[in-house]
Design a protein around this ligand. Structure first.
Ligand SMILES: [Fe+2]
Length: 192
């Protein structure tokens, strides 16, 4: 389950963690959030075609809703070649001419959404979470401490996927820290 923090620079932070609250709150900013259960159980390290088959019903439904034409599976882990360069591309505030649609199969990630209304939303995602960031939305992305994420991606047109940078440096004012993971790590260290 995702964890959502609404952060205002110099203001109060508000954190919500239930599916209903996250869905409702993100919807007010035009961000879709859903939890998916697989059509059948599939290992999170299964081959990409098996993953896509397991989620075929949800993917088809989303394709119809959003005009997406293609789906793939992407894997990132600490051994991924060129990981730092790849992460640097996405950790600065940017937007795309294409929706950013991600369903998380394994690992964790942290999306920051800079809303037009002002607040920055920090959304920690994990397995089972679907997030759709509409085209043109200002955002940036970091991995969490496990530096691992496997996701299904959907595209309207892969040519629209290149990031446009704002160079606002607003991303530097928000810590790229996943609180759900650090709480887990703390729990482990106090119980072991
Ligand atoms: Fe992006």
């Amino acid at each position: 389950m995702a964890l959502l923090t609404i952060a205002t620079i110099g203001g109060e932070n508000k954190t919500v963690s239930t599916e209903a609250e996250i869905t409702a709150l993100l919807a007010t900013y035009g961000i879709d959030y859903e939890r998916w259960n697989p059509a059948h159980q599939v290992a999170d390290d299964a081959p990409p075609e098996e993953i896509l088959r397991a989620y075929a019903r949800e993917i088809d439904e989303l394709k119809q809703r959003g005009g997406y034409v293609t789906a793939d599976v992407i894997d990132v882990d600490p051994n991924t070649t060129g990981l730092e360069a790849m992460l640097a591309k996405f950790s600065r505030e940017h937007w795309h001419d294409e929706d950013e649609v991600r369903f998380i199969i394994a690992g964790h990630g942290l999306f920051h959404i800079h809303t037009a209304a002002g607040p920055v939303l920090a959304i920690e995602v994990e397995a089972g979470d679907l997030i759709r960031v509409p085209r043109g939305t200002l955002h940036w992305f970091n991995l969490c401490a496990d530096r691992r994420i496997r996701t299904i991606r959907l595209f309207q047109d892969t040519s629209g996927w290149s990031p446009h940078y704002t160079d606002s440096r607003v991303d530097e004012r928000f810590l790229p820290v996943c609180f759900s993971l650090s709480h887990l790590a703390q729990q482990r260290s106090t119980t072991s």
